[in-house]
Design a protein around this ligand. Structure first.
Ligand code: HEC
Length: 271
C-alpha cells in the first residue's frame, strides 16, 4: 500500500487539479474561438471562400437567365414541325443512350487484356476523319439544320443563343462559337470536344478565354446523327459557314469517349 495514493487529501487535490487543467483548455479554446471571430461578422477562411463561390454562381446564373428565355427553351425548335419541347428531346436522348465503355488509362491495370488492347489498339486517325468532310460550299440539309437547332438549345446555356458566348462580368461561362476559328476549322476537333470535353485557357479567334469551369463531354449520350446535326448547325449559323459534319465522322471518333478532357494543345491548330 502506498501511503500517498491512499491519502484522501492527495486524491482530493489531484482531482481538482485535473478539473482545473481541463477547464483551462476549455477557456483557451473559448478565447481562440472568440479571437477568430466566433459567430460575429468576421468570416473564417472556409466561409470567405464559400461566399466567393456563391458570388460566381450568382453571376453565372444571372448571365444564363438573361440569355435564355425559359418559354423558348420549353417550346423547343422554331424550325422543326411540329416543334418538340426541349426537355422532351433531352429526356428522349438520355433514354436512348447506351452506357459507353470508359477506359481511362489511369484506371487500367497494367498487363491486363484491356491494357494490351489499348496499347495495341489503333488510335483514331483524325486526318482520315477530316478527309471525309464534304467539299467547301456543300449546303447543309434543312432537316439536319432543324434537328441541330434543337440540340443547340443545350449549348446555348454556355455559348449564348446566338453563339456570342456567355460572360458574367469578367467571368467566362462559355467562349463564343461565332466568330470562332475552331467551329469552322477541322471537324475532328469539334467531334473530339463533344466526346471528351475541353478544359483550360483557350484562344478563340485571337482572343484568350479562361472559363470558370471546363466544358463537359456532351456527345457520349447522343446519337451520331444528333452530334453531327448540332455541329452542322453551329457551323452554318450566327454568320458561320462551313461544310456539314457527317454521322460517320462522329462514329469514327467514338473511341475518344472516356479519355481525359482535351486542352487547346491537344487540338489540331486552327492557325
Ligand atoms: C456547361 C457549359 C457548356 C455547354 C453546355 C457547352 N459548352 Fe462548349 N464550351 C464550354 C466551355 C467552358 C468551353 C471552353 C473550355 C476551355 O477551354 O476551358 C467550350 C468550348 C467549346 C468549343 C471550342 C471553343 C470555341 O469557342 O469555339 C466548341 C466548338 C464548343 N464548346 C461547342 C459546344 C457545342 C456544340 C455545345 C452543345 C452541344 C456546347 N459546346 C455545350 C462550355 C459549354
Amino acid at each position: 500500500m502506498e501511503p500517498t495514493r491512499d491519502n484522501p487529501l492527495v486524491r482530493f487535490t489531484a482531482f481538482w487539479w485535473g478539473i482545473g487543467v481541463i477547464s483551462l483548455f476549455g477557456v483557451l479554446l473559448l478565447i481562440l474561438w472568440l479571437r477568430s471571430g466566433g459567430n460575429s461578422g468576421i468570416e473564417p477562411l472556409e466561409q470567405a471562400a464559400a461566399i466567393k463561390r456563391y458570388e460566381i454562381r450568382a453571376g453565372v446564373d444571372a448571365a444564363q437567365n438573361a440569355n435564355l428565355e425559359w418559354k423558348v427553351v420549353e417550346k423547343g425548335s422554331t424550325v422543326q414541325v411540329p416543334p418538340v419541347a426541349t426537355f422532351e428531346m433531352v429526356g428522349g436522348q438520355l433514354l436512348a443512350s447506351k452506357p459507353s465503355k470508359v477506359e481511362d488509362p489511369a484506371q487500367v491495370i497494367p498487363n491486363t487484356p484491356t491494357a494490351e488492347t489499348l496499347a495495341g489498339g489503333p488510335s483514331a486517325d483524325y486526318d482520315a476523319v477530316d478527309a471525309l468532310t464534304p467539299a467547301a460550299g456543300t449546303a447543309p440539309d434543312a432537316a439536319v439544320m432543324a434537328k441541330g437547332e434543337q440540340g443547340y438549345l443545350l449549348c446555348a446555356a454556355c455559348h449564348g443563343p446566338k453563339g456570342e458566348g456567355v460572360q458574367a462580368g469578367d467571368i467566362t461561362v462559355g467562349p463564343p462559337l461565332a466568330p470562332s476559328d475552331w467551329v469552322v476549322g477541322p471537324v475532328s476537333n469539334l467531334i473530339r470536344i463533344q466526346m471528351r470535353g475541353l478544359t483550360g485557357p483557350i484562344h478563340v479567334s485571337g482572343k484568350l478565354y479562361t472559363p470558370v469551369a471546363p466544358m463537359t463531354p456532351m456527345g457520349a449520350a447522343s446519337s451520331d446523327e444528333d452530334v453531327a446535326a448540332v455541329l452542322t448547325y453551329v457551323r452554318n449559323s450566327f454568320g458561320n459557314s462551313a461544310p456539314p459534319v457527317l454521322p460517320e465522322q462522329v462514329k469514327a471518333l467514338r473511341s475518344e469517349i472516356g479519355k481525359p478532357p482535351l486542352t487547346e494543345a491537344d487540338l489540331i491548330p486552327v492557325k
